[in-house]
Design a protein around this ligand. Structure first.
Ligand code: BT5
Length: 252
């Protein structure tokens, strides 16, 4: 049971023991008329999705695997702003719930002590130039211990429990995140992206640093100097040319 402090986000909960992916289910729920703020939560995902066809490891009972259905009246090209808004909400929620400091790596990773703890995957349901729903999928490693991770993640991933040395209450963490998400989202709809942008840049580990951005077609090296109002990463190379990075993996 969620002791919620929110007005609409998480008021309708679709809970499952096991699903392919909460994002896939949320896309269907949105199509079937689920209200804004409805969430899909599952104890396990058997084919959790990352970006670009990658997978997200989501074992039973150890993490928080969930998707939020939003229905903002914004043009589709502004949807990346909601990924950044979600990342800020998660950082603040985790900090409020357990006092743990996180950093954001553009566009969607949340790290603790340099290791990935949270991934975010935003998917759109849009027709022509109108958004029907934005699905924000969030995966948080909570109670896994290092030995639970597959070998290929042992060096790069961590969980809230590993970092705090405690077993944590998942619903308390989820509630704190939903509260931050609702507050920021309401403010965003009323006042626009600026508040999120400033908060995001403060939590971002890459801003001001030399990084490598691997896009599908090339690798660009340079200094991350900020994000645009659409959530696009700005990278200045050694010649002073500024590149707009829409989608890439970042190496710091
Ligand atoms: C992401 O993709 O980080 C987005 C992950 C989104 C997961 C949530 S869970 C709820 C909702 N439903 C879904 O089906 N998805 C969303 P990307 O940046 O592409 O990173 C994927 C990469 O992270 C993988 O290729 C692995 O290297 C690594 N990875 C996979 N599982 C991980 C885990 N549990 N913890 C840390 N790293 C992981």
């Amino acid at each position: 049971q969620l002791g919620l402090q929110t007005n609409f986000i998480g008021r309708e909960v679709h809970y499952e023991e096991s699903v392919t992916s909460t994002n896939t289910l949320a896309l269907k729920d949105a199509y079937d008329g689920a209200p804004e703020g409805a969430i899909v939560v599952s104890e396990e995902q058997v084919s959790g999705k990352g970006r670009l066809g990658r997978s997200w490891y989501s074992p039973k009972f150890t993490g928080i695997w969930f998707s939020v259905i939003l229905k903002p009246n914004i043009p589709p090209q502004q949807a990346p702003q909601l990924t950044l808004l979600a990342a800020v909400s998660v950082v603040r929620g985790i900090e409020a719930a357990i006092g743990c400091k996180c950093e954001i790596k553009w566009p969607n990773d949340i790290l603790i002590n340099g290791k990935k703890t949270v991934g975010i995957l935003t998917e759109l349901q849009a027709e022509a130039d109108r958004i029907n729903a934005v699905i924000i999928g969030i995966g948080i490693n909570v109670n896994q211990q290092l030995e639970h991770f597959p070998d290929d993640l042992k060096e790069t991933a961590t969980s809230l429990s590993i970092e705090t040395g405690k077993k944590l209450n998942r619903s308390m963490v989820l509630q704190a995140i939903l509260k931050e998400l609702e507050d920021l989202y309401v403010d965003y709809l009323e006042n626009g992206f600026q508040v999120v942008k400033v908060l995001w840049e403060n939590y971002a580990v890459s801003i001001g640093k030399q990084i490598k951005a691997r896009t599908l077609t090339e690798t660009i090296e340079g200094k991350a100097i900020g994000i645009t109002d659409d959530g696009v990463l700005l990278l200045e190379d050694k010649n002073g040319t500024i590149h707009h990075i829409y989608s890439a993996d970042i190496e710091i």
